[in-house]
Write a protein that binds this ligand. Sequence first.
Ligand code: 13P
Length: 263
Amino acid sequence: MRTRLVVGNWKMNFTEAEATAAVQSFIKMVSAKSTVDVVVCPPATCIHSVRELVKDTHVKVGAQDVFWEDAGAFTGRISPRMLDDAGVTHCIVGHSETRGRFGKLEVPASTVSTFVETNETINLKLKALLFHALIPILCVGETTEERKEGFTEAVIREQLAGALAGIDASELYFFVVAYEPVWAIGTGNTCEPEEAGRVCRFVSSVLAELLDADVAENIRVLYGGSVRAANAGDLFQQDGIDGGLVGGASLDPLEFSRIVMSA
Ligand code: 13P
């Protein structure tokens, strides 16, 4: 069985003081559960302090996004080399919010086109992360309309194939994929556990086709989208779900600890 993994994606939340308070309040409970791998992905401004707070535990620090070049005239971007230097081990790539696919729209609709991410940019980011031995957490998932029209599998297959183009299976031993249906993110509409399990198994089957069955067997597939302490147990029991990518609930230390406990 693959080791369970719970990742907290804090998104654009927490000042340094708030991040410190949150980690201090969950670290004892979470680090006691050493059989579950745990990663927290703070905003870039808090990476350094969070890393200091977790350094004597098995909890790892991840980033929420990355650029693909190591250095250069790219105002506002953060490179994989910088993440490595900051002590980051994991990085989320291709989150629906960076692809401009929002479960709950909290920005003016006219600005959505500024959130641009394509399979090609995701592919470049994955290659750059792997070059620096950072572990990518690739997000895939369909919108409400795509699901209604029966395109869930086709969308996921295309996202996986585009992201992994030209990457050798041997580089992907520690790779992680998160199935995050866009309609479930930040909406409270969790995917039914059986359906989440079915799609996560589909993700593994596509990975086996695109890569190699042995490598795919080791790739953990997480479910993300309105995971809470109350539904985490049911979700994590499903065959094919190796843990969770948790947004809103990871901001509440007690809730996050409970989710880790149920993994
Ligand atoms: P919520 O748990 O807030 O729905 O967010 C999920 C997510 O997008 C994690 O990356």
